[in-house]
Ligand binder design. Structure first.
Ligand SMILES: Nc1ncnc2c1ncn2[C@@H]1O[C@H](COP(=O)(O)OP(=O)(O)OP(=O)(O)O)[C@@H](O)[C@H]1O
Length: 695
C-alpha cells in the first residue's frame, strides 16, 4: 500500500514549492557557470587544480543541464544516528553530481545520486541499523516542470496518521506500460535485488541468470553507469558484448540517459571480427561440432597450449655461452648455461603468462645471468659479451617455430582444434564460425597476450555463447576488475549451448550467482503462458497486470497474409509500441513479400532490419528477436515442427512468447500448433483458479 496525496493537499503544495526552489537553484547555478561567475574558476595558481575545477564545473553543468527539467524521483526523510535526532531530508536524482538547495521551509537539502548509499533506502524502505532510521519515503512524479504526483511509499511507525483531507491509501503502482520499442532507464522503480547487484563492488564477478523480462540487461547497464562513477572508470575500461546490432540499438538509450555518454556497446560477432581482422559469422559451421561449444573444448585447448609450451622447451635444449673477462680482481672465465630444465620450468609451469611473456621471462633470466656472471668486467668487454649473449639467445630461439602474430596463430589453429578433439574438419574459409573465432582469440590470449584488458567485462545474452567465449571474457578482465555474465540458459536457441544452470560457471569464477524470477516486461497472462511453455518448468512471477493471450489458429496458405495483416493493423491501432511477427526458423520469402504488398501505406514494416527503431512492424526469426520486446507478438509457425518440442522448438516458443508486453497470438501455417495450444489451455486454467495474483 502507498499513501497518495491529493493535488489540493498541504504536502502536494509544499512539494510544488520545493520543486520551484530546486529548479530556480539549478537555473541560477547554470547561469552563473555560463557567465563564468561560478565558484571559483580563477584564483588558482596551480594550473592542474584550475583545470580540474573547471572540468568538474563543466561536468556539473552538462549533467544538470540534462536532468534539470526532472531533477529528482522523490525524497527520503531519515534520522542520521551519528549526527543527532534531527531528521535529514534528501532528494534522489538521476544526476551523478549532488546539488544543495534551500527548500520551502528554509532548510538546506541535498539532491543526491540514485546510487549513493543513502539512496538505497529509497528502494528498500528499510532503516540501516545503528546508522540511519528511516521515517518516510516519497515518490514525486514530475512532468513538464510540474509536480504531477506525490505518494508516500513508506511511512515509519513514528509518523502521525494523516487526515483524510490530505490523501488516501492506494494499491502500490505496478510496472505499467510505457510503450515504444526501446529499453529505458528504470532508476525510479528499481527493485532491491536489482539495485544490490548494480552496486556490487568492482571486483565482484556476477553471474546473473534470470527469466525473460527480469531486468538482466537493465541491471548490467545500470552497473556500468554505477561503476563509471563510483570506481571512476573511463569508458574505455568497459567492454560490453551483446548478441546483435539491433539489440544494441534497443538498449542504446539507457547509458546516455544516465550520464554514461562514451561507452561503446559491441555486438559479439562484429567485435570479434574487428579484433581478429577476419569476417565472423554467428551460425556454427556444421552439425557435428557440438564439442566446440562445450567447456571441455576450452580445457583441451588449455592443455594443448601447455603441451605446446612443454614441447618447445624440450626441443630447445640448453643455451650456453663461454666467457673470459678481465675484472679488477683478475681474470674471470667460465660458461653460462640456461639448462633445458630451467627452460622447461619457465615454459611449462608459468601458465598464467602468455607464451610471449614466457619468452620474455626467459630472455630476462638469461640477461640477468650474463650481468651477474660478468659483474666487475671492464665495460667494453661487458658490452660485447652482452651483445653476443643476445645473439646467442636469438639464434637459440630460432630453432623452434615462433608464434608472434595472429596470422601465425591462424596457421596453427587447425592443429589446435584437431588436437582438442574436434573431428569435423576445419576449412580455411574466408569467414570464421563464432566458436572458432572465440577459440582463436582465446588462444591469442594464451600465446600473445591481449593488448588491452578491461576493468569490467559484460557478456549479455550469454546463453548462446560457446563456453570458450566465457573463458575469453575471463581472460580480458584486468587484475582489479570483474566479469558480469548475463543471460537465461532456458532461452538458449543454439542446440549446443544447453546449460541447465550456471552454478558451475559461477563457482569457477567465484562469482555471486543470482536467479531472478520476477517478470517486469509482460502482462500477467503472458507470463502464465510463458511459464506453461518453460522448458524446465520454472515459474516466473508477473509484476504487471493484464496481458492478452489468444488460442492458436490454423491458417491456410491462401489466407495467411490477410490474417496476419488484419492483426498487425489492429495491433498498431491499439498499442504505442511495435508489433512483431516472429517465425521459428525461417520466414518464407513469398510470405514476406505478400505481407509487404498487403500492408497499408501508413505502416512501416521490415524483415530483420539492422536498425529496428523506425519500423512499426518487425518481421523476424526468434534468433533476431532475442532480448528485444514488442507490445504485440504474432508467432508464425511456418512448419509443423516450428515451435514444437523437437530440437530447439520449446526454447523458441518460450523465448518467442516472452518478447510480448501486452498481447500474444500464434498462427500455424496449414496446421494447428500443438505445444502452444497446450500451454494456452494451461495458462487459462492458472488464471481461472486465481493463481494470477500479482506480487
Ligand atoms: N525495476 C523495474 N522497473 C520498471 N521496469 C523494469 C524494471 N526492471 C525491468 N524492467 C523492464 O522490464 C523489461 C525487461 O527488461 P530487460 O530487457 O532488462 O530484461 P531481461 O531479463 O534482459 O530480458 P530477456 O531475457 O528477455 O532479454 C524492460 O522493459 C525493462 O525496462
Amino acid at each position: 500500500m502507498e499513501y497518495r496525496y491529493r493535488p489540493s493537499s498541504h504536502t502536494f503544495a509544499l512539494e510544488r514549492k520545493n520543486l520551484a526552489q530546486a529548479l530556480a537553484t539549478i537555473k541560477k547555478r547554470i547561469q552563473a557557470l555560463l557567465d563564468n561567475k561560478g565558484t571559483p574558476v580563477s584564483g588558482y595558481n596551480d594550473i592542474t587544480v584550475y583545470q580540474a575545477v573547471a572540468r568538474g564545473q563543466q561536468i556539473w553543468y552538462e549533467e544538470w543541464d540534462r536532468h534539470g527539467h526532472n531533477p529528482y524521483y522523490g525524497r527520503i526523510e531519515y534520522v542520521d544516528r551519528t549526527e543527532g535526532e534531527e531528521p535529514t531530508v534528501v532528494y534522489v536524482s538521476k544526476a551523478q553530481r549532488s546539488l544543495e538547495f534551500e527548500d520551502a521551509n528554509g532548510r538546506l537539502v541535498d539532491i543526491i545520486p540514485w546510487n549513493a548509499p543513502v539512496a538505497r533506502m529509497f528502494i528498500t524502505h528499510r532503516s540501516v541499523p545503528g546508522q540511519w532510521d528511516l521515517d518516510r519515503v516519497t515518490r514525486i512524479g514530475i512532468d513538464n516542470l510540474e509536480v504531477v504526483e506525490v505518494a508516500d511509499t513508506f511511512r515509519g511507525p513514528m509518523l502521525p496518521p494523516l487526515p483524510d483531507s490530505e490523501g488516501e491509501n492506494a494499491a502500490e503502482q505496478l510496472f505499467e506500460k510505457r510503450g515504444g520499442g526501446k529499453l529505458s532507464d528504470i532508476v525510479a522503480t528499481l527493485q532491491e535485488e536489482q539495485y544490490d547487484l548494480i552496486v556490487q563492488p568492482l571486483r565482484q564477478n556476477l553471474v546473473i541468470q534470470g527469466g525473460p523480462g527480469s531486468g538482466k540487461t537493465e541491471i548490467a547497464l545500470h552497473r556500468i553507469v554505477h561503476l563509471l562513477h563510483s570506481a571512476a572508470l573511463s569508458p574505455q575500461q568497459i567492454l560490453y558484448l551483446g548478441p546483435s546490432g539491433p539489440f544494441l540499438r534497443y538498449v542504446s538509450d539507457i547509458l546516455p540517459s544516465l550520464d554514461a555518454q562514451d561507452v561503446v556497446l559491441h555486438d559479439l560477432v562484429s567485435w570479434l571480427s574487428r579484433e581478429l581482422g577476419v569476417p565472423v559469422r554467428k551460425k556454427s559451421a556444421s552439425s557435428d561440432d557440438a564439442l566446440l561449444y562445450d567447456e571441455v573444448f576450452t580445457q583441451r585447448l588449455e592443455r594443448w597450449v601447455d603441451h605446446y609450451a612443454a614441447n618447445l622447451a624440450k626441443n630447445l635444449g640448453d643455451l650456453r655461452m663461454a666467457f673470459d673477462v678481465e675484472t679488477v680482481s683478475g681474470r674471470h672465465q667460465g660458461t653460462l648455461e640456461l639448462s633445458s630444465a630451467q627452460v622447461y620450468e619457465t615454459f611449462a609451469t608459468s601458465s598464467r603468462y602468455s607464451l610471449r611473456e614466457r619468452w620474455r621471462l626467459l630472455r630476462h633470466r638469461w640477461d640477468q645471468m650474463v650481468e651477474t656472471a660478468l659483474a666487475g668486467a671492464e665495460s667494453r668487454q661487458l658490452t660485447s659479451y652482452q651483445k653476443l649473449a643476445r645473439q646467442r639467445f636469438d639464434h637459440w630461439q630460432e630453432q623452434v617455430p615462433r608464434v608472434e602474430t595472429l596470422q601465425d596463430l591462424m596457421a596453427i589453429y587447425p592443429v589446435a582444434r584437431q588436437e582438442a578433439g574436434i573431428e569435423a574438419p576445419f576449412h580455411r574459409e574466408s569467414v570464421w564460425a563464432l566458436a572458432d573465432a572465440l577459440a582463436l582469440l582465446f588462444l591469442a590470449g594464451r600465446f600473445l597476450g591481449h593488448s588491452q584488458h578491461y576493468a569490467l567485462v559484460v557478456l549479455d545474452e550469454a546463453q548462446d555463447v560457446p563456453a570458450v567465449g566465457f573463458a575469453l571474457a575471463e581472460q580480458l578482465v584486468s587484475t582489479n576488475g570483474s566479469l558480469t555474465l548475463v543471460g537465461d540458459p532456458f532461452q538458449h536457441l543454439n542446440p549446443y549451448t544447453e546449460v541447465e544452470n550456471w552454478s558451475e560457471v559461477a563457482n569457477r569464477l567465484h562469482a555471486q550467482h543470482v536467479e531472478l524470477l520476477d517478470n517486469y516486461r509482460s502482462g500477467a497472462q503472458i507470463v502464465h503462458l510463458a511459464n506453461a511453455a518453460h522448458p524446465a518448468g520454472i515459474k516466473q512471477v508477473p509484476r504487471r497486470g493484464g496481458g492478452i493471450i489468444h488460442p492458436p489458429v490454423k491458417v491456410s496458405e491462401s489466407k495467411v497474409a490477410e490474417a496476419v495483416m488484419q492483426e498487425v493493423v489492429r495491433g498498431k491501432r491499439e498499442y504505442l509500441g511495435q508489433v512483431a511477427v516472429i517465425f521459428a526458423n525461417k520466414a518464407p520469402r513469398d510470405l514476406l513479400e505478400r505481407f509487404q504488398r498487403l500492408k497499408p501505406e501508413t505502416i512501416e514494416m521490415a524483415f530483420e532490419p539492422e536498425n529496428p527503431e523506425p519500423y512499426d512492424v518487425i518481421m523476424a526469426t526468434v534468433e533476431y528477436a532475442k532480448g528485444l520486446e514488442f507490445d504485440m507478438v504474432i508467432l508464425m509457425a511456418e512448419t509443423e515442427e516450428a515451435f514444437e518440442t523437437t530440437g530447439a522448438g520449446a526454447y523458441q516458443l518460450f523465448t518467442g512468447i516472452s518478447r510480448a508486453r501486452e498481447e500474444v497470438m500464434m498462427m500455424g501455417l496449414r496446421h494447428l500448433p500443438k505445444l502452444y495450444g497446450r500451454c494456452y489451455r494451461q495458462a487459462l486454467r492458472m488464471t481461472k483458479f486465481g493463481s494470477s495474483a500479482l506480487r
